[in-house]
Write a protein that binds this ligand. Structure first.
Ligand SMILES: [Zn+2]
Length: 155
């Protein structure tokens, strides 16, 4: 992830920090601090977490991060998710059904901001079960892959 995007998350207060002291990890004699930016979940499966796409790498102007707030980022992430849904890659985090754009059961992109910072997709009807399904997930134990590159400028 580019430093500019990491800095943006830091500015918005959305970076999680994990500190491992030598007491917990005898192999290292230094305090290890790792940071984690919010993730995107294409489904609840551990292989379906993605690093947050970088708006600038998707065609936004170089300076756009300075101007963006969380609402703007939500909108950008939603447009990425819509492409993932079009490609048939996205599932409801609760019921695990593949989502599609014209379906009867509407869904929504949700930003989870407790325990871990994560965007995910969920049916409106499934939202009430979301907390149950998020329980026990530790953001530093989730490994995320780079996001798929979608051409968002065509939208
Ligand atoms: Zn569902």
């Amino acid at each position: 992830m580019r430093n500019e995007l990491l800095s943006w998350f830091a500015r918005e207060g959305l970076l999680l920090t994990n500190v491992v002291s030598p007491m917990e990890d005898p192999e290292h004699d230094e305090i290890k601090i790792s940071v984690r930016a919010p993730l995107l979940a294409l489904s609840r499966s551990s292989t379906d977490f993605r690093e947050c796409p970088d708006p600038v790498l998707f065609g936004y102007p170089e300076s756009s991060l300075e101007m963006m707030n969380l609402d703007d980022m939500n909108e950008f992430v939603l447009s990425w998710f819509e492409q993932a849904v079009e490609a048939g890659m996205a599932r409801c985090f609760v019921c695990n059904q593949v989502l599609n754009m014209g379906e009867e059961k509407p869904w929504d992109a949700v930003f989870v901001s407790h325990d871990m910072y994560c965007w995910l997709l969920v049916h409106f009807d499934c939202k009430r079960y979301l907390n149950r399904d998020l329980k026990g997930r530790h953001p530093f134990e989730v490994s995320a892959q780079p996001p798929e590159f979608f051409d968002l400028r065509l939208i």
